[in-house]
Ligand binder design. Structure first.
Ligand code: NAD
Length: 490
């Protein structure tokens, strides 16, 4: 393999895009609050100047069915795939990775695009477009979420699949990365239409999924109910129940204890440990703002609140709310479930979504979509720490601005990995037809997250690298080792 050094050229990449697009069970670590559930037991190319032209085109045309009001930095969101490739390239250069290996890692292994009809409630037929991308299979079958959102695209699925590859490798899980979804606003569909669309999409991608091929999980716009429909559809086509085909299912159909809140609780464990170890701060002395109040954002708010942090602000797609004395995340979630949004919450002041990102807080948790913190708004961020709950919330240019400001970024592939770790536990339980109790799940998730956090911190101490580079280095090296042992077929 030849060895050439690539030069990073992130601005060219961003401009080229048009996408809118073991720790023991220490009791000192226990949650402090009255939480019946959570308190039980706490027991990148672009500069790939050398390879860009070989990549599949970044097919990421924005759809116009988005109902979200647009804002400058969101409108000019970088192509997520370009961002993912640039992140990879930067670390590959730092690792002195072979060109051939970089080219191999830069592209997904398989991509499927499906266009399919669904009979709507008024008997009309509506066509939908969906995707499923498998990025890398060196470590095992692929794993990753299914997203229902108007901005879903092939470009986005490629990026998210690549990030899943790094996350699974960093967590030492026997998986590669996948991602997929359907271009749709699920809130515009009736329950019947949503189920019909899910079942048809599942059938269309059924060649691509399976317990030994690719195991989907919930992501933006999907939940445990959708995972149950996918599992049932796949099982009906096989003629027997195959619970291990999805994770994030309801408990009644092979779901795992703890999966629903795993991502938020994991973000809290990782953030708490990082605050202590890098800044000497206790979580209970910090203020927190959270962008996004879906599965990840709402459970992060709750887990942090219950461990003493003051969650002063949260946002969703419609707006934000703020209370300097701290919000009650359970009460706020109840309100948001009743009304469909956090906006108008009577126990807090109104804020814009942009203002939330600019608050002077200790911890900012982006837990919405990728590409939210860019060169346009990074300079306005006033948080000391960014704990990446979302996948790919920050672009490489934003990273550089934030690093220059001294902001500590806890990278997504470490910070939000609790979800895929418990998804792995769910898959293992389903394959064995055996279930573990909730305290065991929490203990094992925490152990895995904190062990890998130790590994990342050790690299930063040895090399002086930032956390993202260190985390990527570990993940990429694990895949490179697997590829070298397996060899290139034939
Ligand atoms: P979700 O659909 O449950 O919630 C998304 C939330 O983001 C909603 O509250 C939505 O209103 C809000 N939102 C959308 N655009 C926004 C904007 N511009 N400003 C503020 N809020 C906005 O999705 P989720 O499952 O919570 O996923 C959120 C992120 O976390 C995604 O990046 C996803 O890939 C990532 N993630 C999810 C999991 C998981 O287990 N669900 C695991 C790891 C990472």
């Amino acid at each position: 393999m030849t060895k050439k050094q690539a030069n990073a050229n992130s601005s060219a990449q961003e401009a080229s895009s048009s996408s809118k697009q073991s720790q023991s069970r220490s009791t000192a670590d226990e949650p402090i609050a009255n939480n019946p559930s959570l308190a039980i037991v706490d027991s990148a190319s672009p500069s790939i100047t050398r390879t860009t032209e070989q990549h599949p085109p970044s097919n990421s045309h924005p759809t116009e069915i988005e109902s979200e009001p647009t804002h400058s930095h969101a409108v000019q969101r970088a192509s997520a795939y370009s961002v993912a490739q640039e992140q990879l390239t930067r670390v590959a250069n730092a690792m002195n990775l072979d060109d051939d290996m970089l080219e191999y890692l830069c592209v997904p292994r398989r991509e499927l695009i499906v266009h399919f009809p669904v009979v709507m409630d008024d008997d009309t037929i509506r066509m939908f477009t969906g995707f499923r991308v498998h990025h890398n299979t060196a470590l095992g079958p692929t794993k990753g979420g299914i997203r229902y959102h108007p901005d879903v695209s092939l470009d986005e699925s490629r990026a998210l699949a690549m990030w899943m590859t790094w996350k699974c490798a960093l967590m030492n899980l026997p998986y590669g990365g996948a991602k997929g979804g359907v271009i749709v606003n699920p809130k515009e569909l009736s329950e019947k239409e949503l189920q019909a669309m899910t079942r048809r999409y599942t059938t269309e991608i059924s060649l691509f999924i399976g317990p030994e091929i690719d195991i989907p999980a919930p992501d933006v716009g999907t939940d445990s109910k959708v995972m149950a429909w996918i599992m049932d559809t796949y099982s009906m086509n096989r003629g027997y129940s195959v619970p291990a085909v999805t994770t994030g299912k309801p408990l009644a159909v092979g779901g795992s204890a703890g999966r629903e809140y795993a991502t938020g609780l994991g973000i809290t464990y990782v953030t708490r440990a990082m605050l202590r170890r890098r800044l000497g701060l206790n979580l209970e002395d910090t203020t927190v703002a959270i962008q996004g109040f879906g599965n990840v954002g709402s459970w992060t708010a709750r887990a942090m609140h219950e461990r003493g942090a003051k969650v002063v602000a949260v946002s969703d797609v419609s707006g934000a709310v703020y209370d300097e004395r701290g919000l009650d995340p359970r009460h706020l979630k109840h309100y948001a479930e009743e009304t469909g949004t956090v906006v108008g919450y009577p126990r807090a002041d109104a804020l814009t979504k942009e203002e939330l990102l600019e608050l002077k807080v200790d911890v900012l948790v982006p837990a919405a979509l990728e590409g939210q913190i860019t060169k346009e708004n990074a300079d306005k961020i006033n948080a000391r720490v960014i704990a990446e709950g979302a996948n790919g919330p920050s672009t490489p240019e934003a990273d550089r601005i934030l690093e220059a400001k001294g902001v500590l970024i806890i990278p997504d592939i470490l910070c939000n990995a609790g979800g895929v770790v418990v998804s792995y536990f769910e898959w293992v339980q389903d394959l064995q037809a055996f279930s573990w109790d909730e305290s065991e799940i929490r203990h094992q998730m925490k152990r895995k997250l904190l062990e890998n956090l130790d590994d990342v911190l050790a690299i930063t101490v040895q090399t002086g690298q930032d956390l993202r580079t260190a985390a990527y280095t570990i993940a990429i090296q694990r895949i490179v080792d697997a590829v070298k042992y397996r060899g290139i077929y034939p």
